[in-house]
Design a protein around this ligand. Sequence first.
Ligand SMILES: [Zn+2]
Length: 477
Amino acid sequence: MTNPTLFCPACQSEYDPADGHFACPKAGDGREHILDARFDASPELAEELLESWRGYPDDPLRAFACLGAAQGVAGRPAYRDAAGRLQQGLARLEGAPLAVTPLTSTPKLARALGMSGTLAVKDETGQPGGSHKVRHLAGTMLYLEALRAGGPKRPLAISSCGNAALAAACVARAAGYSLTAFVPEDVHPVVLRLLRERGVNPQVVARLSTGGGDPCYLAFRDAVWRGAVPFCCSGRDNWSNIEGGQSLGYEAALQWLGMGGGPDHIVLQIGGGALARSVAGAWNNLDALGVVRDMPRIHACQTEGAFPFARAWLLLLAEIARNAGCAFPPASGYATLAGVRQVLSEEQDAIANVVEFARAAFRSSPVRDALRAAAASPERFMWSWDGAPPHSLAHGILDDETYDWYFLAQALLRTGGQAVVAPEALIAQAHELALTHTLVNVSATGSAGLAGLLALRQTGIVPDNARVGLFFTGLNR
Ligand SMILES: [Zn+2]
């Protein structure tokens, strides 16, 4: 079997990436089937990674290839050729290849937040397509090319409200594939123009209600059912985008090491959850390899416009508390969305107790049993947004469902992180602070993690002297 292998927590099965599955073949029975790539950590692999990072300090597709399944399936020479072709295509058509991006210490921003510790921002706005999404889709493209091995190029499909569709269009055009993009009615007109310039005819899908899931996503699923490749940033549909996104986490962790040690906290904006799952997974892989010593606490930020992940995390904490016999607010407290917000803001002590229990006893049966229940009965924890139609200045993270919630929730539990629902005022304040105190022309979606940090500062979870990492992920248009 190829190393790494793919593991599904619902059916507890392992799959060979060479078999070409994008999603678990047993998906569809209501359990949380979601493939996760796992490799055997060894000192030799750690050494190979560090050597590769020194050898390719500018190219994420080469620097971390030894940890990925795409190279495992293709073999080194074919992988190297495919990565080179993709980078050349991006350079020729987008003006620049996918790049290793800067991690910059931001003392002015830290001072504005009253912080004495290091605050550093990873700036992804200069990537082709203006966001980190190109990493995810380049990862999938290299897996596709590994599977194709010279055969015909299959049609691709994606659903997205903006940046992911644009990144998909950049990567598809650079690699000579055709793409169908399903986008909502309120997609930014600039994105529509940029998609058309890249030969994509966007399919605009109307939203009539909430509760039934994102209509763009449903149209995309239909296209996949009819034979298109799920060229998307939802790990449930396409695990290989997570492998691509992990380069962002590998870079950040290694750049933090280069600054003299890792962060205590990282705060990530959450829409579909692929970004945060990727970054957390990468950090975890480096931890398993012994390359980093201490895992940062991984926090997730959503907006009050839509917060299905924060609800799922709270329900998971309640399950752990029940299993462990810890005090926790009764289920009636979080039966409604208003109740979820109230418990999150008013029951900080009870939440902190269970968070600390899960971190300290991550491998204990109360935590393991809760995660097993989440994989077996995900409908008890995660379901499509059923509140008012979602709106926010950070409109790129209003996903109806946090598709990658399962492994992300696991990362929060293991590291002692928290899920935050940022009020709209904090989203706006964070965007203003980012534009005033950094040189990054970031969108409100891309700076939403900073709103999470503001909220975590208010509750004292992130103290003044903490070392904190943020990811500014989307260009301001
Ligand atoms: Zn499965």
